[in-house]
Design a protein around this ligand. Structure first.
Ligand SMILES: [Zn+2]
Length: 274
């Protein structure tokens, strides 16, 4: 892509699962969808609703009425949500772990990992999400064995970074090339490894800094991945929207639409671009 002035932005939203309230997505993403800006939703194929944080509270993405939940909830258990996502073609699905256990893909058990990947893909396919070729690990952590199994099934992995000690030995020559050329995104065999900078939208991040920082990133990078979580925009338990933060996110959408040199694309498009 050297010399190409075109810029590419990938919107990534993690933790879609069977109990994600549709209104949370609709409030956040209607402006993006109306502008034909792709929103990559990282879907947990079969969410474990019993997962707890260290403080004993349920995971933040499990903000819903607990009485309605299954302990393990396949995404197809919510056909209304699935239909909503499928009917909005601007949403693109990526696979986000299988049940989203803490550090689920730091496991070193290849058989277990392979089972989670295959069952996850099957569950997404059953729900109607086909051609899923991007994988995102819970907490963005992958063991050597996980990298091997994921790369057999997915053309692209998105992660904050890749710990070189966890890379398969056969990947090290490619990693050296990446380091030598200071590449943000790189290939190991047929797998494209995409990285991103810190999130611009989270509860502990000043959303007022998001737009200036995005402009700066676009001045120095051809591909900018913007990860977030839909639940960060809502108060825990009450689901009350954080309006100023949502408006700042929508301002990003409006800004990107004003830039003729910027395309907001799906992850899969990077496979042919990089
Ligand atoms: Zn997650």
């Amino acid at each position: 892509m050297d010399g190409d002035r075109q810029r590419y932005v990938v919107i990534r939203d993690d933790d879609l699962h069977a109990y994600t309230p549709i209104e949370c997505l609709e409030t956040l993403y209607r402006p993006f969808l109306d502008r034909l800006q792709v929103v990559n939703l990282s879907a947990i194929p079969c969410v474990d609703t019993t997962v707890k944080l260290k403080n004993g509270l349920c995971e933040e993405y499990l903000i819903f009425n607990p009485e309605k939940t299954l302990p393990l909830a396949p995404i197809s258990a919510n056909p209304t949500l699935v239909d909503y996502v499928l009917q909005n073609s601007g949403y693109q699905i990526t696979q986000h772990g299988y049940t989203h256990l803490t550090h689920e893909f730091l496991s070193r058990n290849r058989r277990d990992l392979a089972g989670r990947l295959d069952r996850g893909l099957a569950e997404l396919s059953k729900a109607g999400f086909k051609d899923v070729c991007t994988f995102i690990a819970p907490q963005e952590r992958l063991s050597t064995e996980a990298l091997k199994e994921v790369s057999k099934r997915f053309a692209l992995i998105s992660s904050h970074w890749y710990e070189w000690r966890q890379l398969p030995v056969a990947w090290l020559p490619w990693y050296v090339v990446k380091r030598w050329n200071n590449l943000a995104h790189w290939r190991a065999g047929k797998t494209l490894l995409v990285t991103h900078q810190r999130t611009l939208f989270a509860r502990n991040v000043d959303y007022r800094a998001a737009l200036p920082e995005l402009k700066q990133r676009l001045s120095t990078h051809q591909v900018v991945v913007l990860p977030t979580h839909w639940w960060e925009f809502y108060e825990r338990d009450t689901l009350r929207p954080n309006r100023p933060m949502i408006e700042a996110y929508h301002a990003v959408s409006a800004y990107l639409a004003e830039r003729p040199d910027v395309k907001v694309i799906r992850f899969n498009a990077l496979i042919d671009l990089i």
